[in-house]
Design a protein around this ligand. Sequence first.
Ligand code: NJP
Length: 252
Amino acid sequence: MSEEIEKGCVMVTGASRGIGAAIALGLAQAGYRVGCLSRSGESPQIRGVTPEISARFYPAACDVSRPEQLAKTFSEIAQRTAQPVVGLVNNAGIHSQGRIETIEEREFKNVMDVNAYSVLAASQSIYPFLLERKGGLIVNIGSFFDKLGVKQHLTYCATKAAVAAMTRCMAVEWGNKGIRVLNVAPGYVMTDFNRDEMEKGPLADYLSKRIPAGVAGQAQDIGHFVTSLFVLNSPYMTGETIYIDGAHGILQ
Ligand code: NJP
């Protein structure tokens, strides 16, 4: 890839696997350098990574629930890439399930920390970089559960509703700095790691009835869409939640 098409550096949290890895791959293919954060610090584990693409990944170990690690990691990656930081994808997230009567304070607060507080902390840490170049794009990865009442998912739903709310507030407060903020909210998405569960068994049966097309989305669907948001750079598009759920969330 030649120097002329360098597009800057985007930080992606939770990029070692799943949707985050697909986003990192899409961005690298589009000419970005990609800071790939995860607790393990592994390079994205996904098919389609050539040596040329791999050279655009800057893997780093960073726990997004530890705000002090975020600023340090972003600075280190920015130095290594020697490119301007043009964006952030807040993708890292964990799942949580359990009956409301049994939810424990520690579990609720931990999931809120990883899924929601990290979005604020990482966005605060990227802010000086984006200010320096007079703007940029932050994409949060929420969930279509943010608008649904899902049995045994109160904690997860609450964290993703918080992500959508923070997206709106950041878009409004940072709009005059040239910083746009969007929330991409997937439905059920197959990754290399949940493929078996989604392709056979009770979950596959449920999804075949509930998703209009009968099958879950692919991590690449989210990867391509998030990449397109950076590439299109549509200046008036900010603050919104965009659902990518195959119309699952609006099916009656
Ligand atoms: O998750 P998974 P998905 N600090 O488990 C990392 C949302 N979503 O791709 O830390 C830093 O395969 C972890 O790496 P490691 C979902 O809520 C998904 O399915 O080394 N990184 C890995 O790279 C989430 O926000 C579906 O273990 C941390 C990555 O995050 C996003 O999409 C549906 C971390 C998780 O990979 C990605 O989900 C939906 C931490 N504290 C929303 N904790 C879906 N897949 O169906 C974890 O509605 N990571």
